[in-house]
Ligand binder design. Sequence first.
Ligand code: C2E
Ligand code: MG
Ligand code: MG
Ligand code: MG
Length: 286
Amino acid sequence: RTKELGKNGYSFYDSNVRTISSREMQLEQGLHKALEQDEFLLHYQPRFDLHSGRMAGVEALVRWHSPEYGMVSPAEFIPLAEESGLIVPIGELILRKACEQNRRWIDAGYPPVRMAVNLSLVQFRQAHLVDRIEQVLRETGLPGELLELEITESVASQNERAVAERLQAVKARGITVSIDDFGTGYSSLSYLRQYPLDVLKIDRSFIRNLPHSSDDTAIVQAIIAMAHSLHLSVCAEGVETKEQLDFLREHGCSEVQGYYLSKPKAAEEIETILGTTIASRIESAS
Ligand code: C2E
Ligand code: MG
Ligand code: MG
Ligand code: MG
């Protein structure tokens, strides 16, 4: 009863909303300028193959260093960029920067890794998405085999034919397609057999309480088993401890990513990790 009254406290709710939206409006304005002034940079987080122990790839994670607002988290500004449509040019810039960086690493003679780029649903809805991706690959000279696109389950719940066509076109270029934050979306699992996917990335909320939570160990084991039966690879996100890593290895997870092995880092710092193994990472950390 008291709770209900509190919830309906109109003036409280109203002022709360206004405070949030004014920062949002400022940030959204800031995003226009950020795009013009090139205020975005990418950090990269390594991903390791549990079978070979080798570093298999990196995920590009955008950082916005704003002169006005300081470091703004992508969790805060990506949704604003999506609402305003600015994610389309920003996303294309991110894709280009990521592919250019991977090309530079290849040219410098580092062992090749796959570059994973997050793609928002709004970008995926663009009819010219595939043309743009092909253009970026052509201009940067990056082989499609060294690019991975991370999409969320929200993409899978869109118009079936358009999604299937775009994914098939992307796959025809040798690009890997993964489902990010797997297990947190609301979509039916039937998309797993409709679309040409390669990797399920288990959301870090399921990894956090491994190996102590019996619910989470059951869920993670079930996701790994399902992925394998569907001939998909499976990557665990947010691995922070040795116990989590050991559990995932014992249960046949294909790849791991997380602070335990490396936080996202600037390109120059990643260069010292390219070509290393899990064993050497653990050794250098201890
Ligand atoms: P995501 O794609 O699921 O990326 C993983 C997030 O988890 C990253 O946060 C990463 O720094 C964080 N993370 C990685 N390992 C650990 C760990 O062991 N523990 C914990 N607690 N966190 C870990 P970040 O960089 O803040 O990005 C947040 C989200 O913002 C991303 O989630 C993604 O949805 C979005 N995002 C980031 N960069 C881009 C981008 O270039 N384009 C788009 N469309 N979205 C992006
Ligand atoms: Mg991601
Ligand atoms: Mg994720
Ligand atoms: Mg996410």
